[in-house]
Design a protein around this ligand. Structure first.
Ligand SMILES: Cc1cc2nc3c(=O)[nH]c(=O)nc-3n(C[C@H](O)[C@H](O)[C@H](O)COP(=O)(O)OP(=O)(O)OC[C@H]3O[C@@H](n4cnc5c(N)ncnc54)[C@H](O)[C@@H]3O)c2cc1C
Length: 457
């Protein structure tokens, strides 16, 4: 399984070079997803000497496995943000994500982006109540949503909130184009360049190839902060794995939909090279916690067939995204004791606009420009009850898995990150770690961090 529609329809291109010598740079970015690429673009535009290191090929991580909705409608979020952060900050979150959507629109080519209304829908009384509550927040924040019953889907829908004229992208083609723009602005991008060690005091990175990179400033866009940073952000992120399937569609939808009820469903279409695809996602679970993951694909396939009457499945894939305990991503300096190390992560499955918004924040911090959102997105913000609760929950899980991983001998190999026992994922044929979401291929090689070393099989 795990064969993304986007990765299989990427623009043909030459690979970026591997690092084959020691390098020095102003800013080094680890990770070639949309976060890393957006940072490379903005910083190169500001005249910085930037390099980006990607361990595999750019965009093959969460970005190339997402649903590709570039929108500021991030599920039910504004009522929660309003309550938790107040009016100014909730509006700020909308504004910077909206600016990111507009940025995307301003640079994208025809094959990369299409306008679409973003639509939240309910199918129950409870769901409709949640929508009404969310709509109140939209009104209070001045977000131009419309409450009503706006759907072209062949399923029963009770109510909707529509945010008009948002965008949907082909995340890989869009990212490839942005990477090319970054290179044209002077950034150097490297692929197959795996960072295996960070000496933050010496500002030195070691690569798998044996070469070293000396940096003045470092940005971690590796999706999940990699191993050397354990103990910092690592206990504060939880990771969910989600499943997506696509089928040959017969017509393009004008909207992109997300259900507020259970089962969670996210729906869009995509037109790629004259073909129309229908995408359905929404099945998910805490990363690394399930073996029989085929069941999630099968539920989606059944819905596609029975509810949408489409029978030719084309792709099925899965991905995961970390989330912070308080809904806002981390973008900024990790700690005042290391003011030259920046982090960008925790997008809660809304990282396409948030990647761009976060890259804007980090770039402004690096070039010394004021940015209204730098406090809100700061990784060292504290003080929320939910934060504490989530951190305790995650730590509890880590300790349990860590202990059982060390005491019992079963067939599953031990994760090379922090010693938790991995679980076999039948659907994707990978070893998944339930502690921090590392994933390994069948042969033990690292598919997704934070682990950097292969399994000992
Ligand atoms: C199922 C699903 C659907 C989603 N749909 C949407 C959506 O519709 N809209 C939306 O806004 N968001 C969506 N998201 C979220 C979005 O895809 C992510 O938040 C975003 O793509 C994260 O980008 P990134 O650059 O941080 O991570 P990634 O794209 O994962 O990039 C990180 C890169 O770092 C590299 N890396 C890791 N370790 C190292 C190392 N040691 N050395 C060098 N390189 C390294 C990896 O190989 C990877 O390429 C979705 C997420 C999921 C899981």
């Amino acid at each position: 399984m795990s064969n993304s529609l986007w990765l299989s329809t990427a623009y043909p291109r030459k690979p970026y070079p591997e690092v084959d010598e020691d390098i020095t740079c102003d800013v080094c970015i680890i990770g070639g997803g949309l976060s890393g690429i957006a940072n490379a673009y903005f910083l190169a535009k500001e005249g910085k000497d930037v390099i980006l290191l990607e361990k595999d090929t750019i965009l093959s991580g969460a970005t190339g496995n997402s649903t590709g909705k570039l929108t500021a409608q991030h599920d039910l979020v504004y009522a929660k943000l309003l309550k938790q952060f107040g009016q100014d900050n909730a509006k700020l979150y909308f504004d910077i994500n909206d600016a990111a959507v507009q940025f995307g629109k301003s640079i994208a080519k025809k094959d990369e982006l299409r306008a679409a209304d973003s639509i939240l829908y309910s199918q129950s009384k409870l769901g409709t109540d949640l929508l009404r509550y969310e709509m109140k927040a939209y009104e209070e924040l001045g977000i131009p949503g419309e409450f009503g019953k706006n759907s072209e889907l062949p399923i029963q829908i009770d109510a909707t909130i529509t945010l008009k004229n948002e965008n949907q992208i082909h995340p890989v083609r869009f990212g490839q184009h942005l990477a090319q723009l970054a290179v044209e602005a002077g950034a150097r991008i490297y692929e197959q360049s795996d960072v295996i060690l960070m000496d933050l005091k010496k500002r030195l990175l070691s690569l798998q190839s044996g070469h070293e990179v000396q940096f003045t400033e470092l940005i971690l866009c590796s999706h999940y902060p990699i191993e050397a940073l354990r103990g910092l952000q690592i206990m504060k992120l939880s990771v969910d794995r989600s499943y997506i399937v696509s089928a040959e569609g017969n017509m393009a939808l004008r909207g992109q939909y997300i259900a507020v009820d259970e089962p969670k469903r996210s729906i869009r279409t995509a037109q790629i090279d004259e073909k129309t695809f229908f995408l359905l996602s929404g099945e998910s679970h805490q990363a690394g916690m399930e073996r029989e993951t085929l069941v999630h694909y099968n539920r989606l396939y059944t819905d596609v067939k029975e509810l949408y009457n489409l029978s030719t499945m084309t792709h099925g894939w899965s991905a995961q995204d970390p989330q912070t305990p308080d809904l806002i991503p981390y973008a900024g300096i990790i700690s005042s004791s290391m003011p030259y190390v920046y982090l960008s992560t925790g997008y809660r499955k809304w990282g396409l606009s948030n990647s761009i918004a976060s890259a804007r924040i980090i770039t402004d911090l690096i070039v010394g420009k004021p940015n209204r959102a730098s406090g809100l997105y700061s990784p060292d913000r504290t003080g929320f009850g939910s934060f504490l609760l989530q951190a305790l929950k995650t730590t509890g899980l880590v300790l349990k898995e860590f202990t059982s991983g060390h005491i019992t001998r079963t067939d599953s190999p031990i994760c090379t990150h922090m010693g938790c026992r991995t679980r076999w994922n039948n659907g994707d044929e990978t070893w998944d770690c339930p502690c921090h979401g590392s994933r390994f291929r069948k042969d033990g090689s690292v598919l997704e961090g934070p682990a950097t070393k292969p399994l000992n099989l």
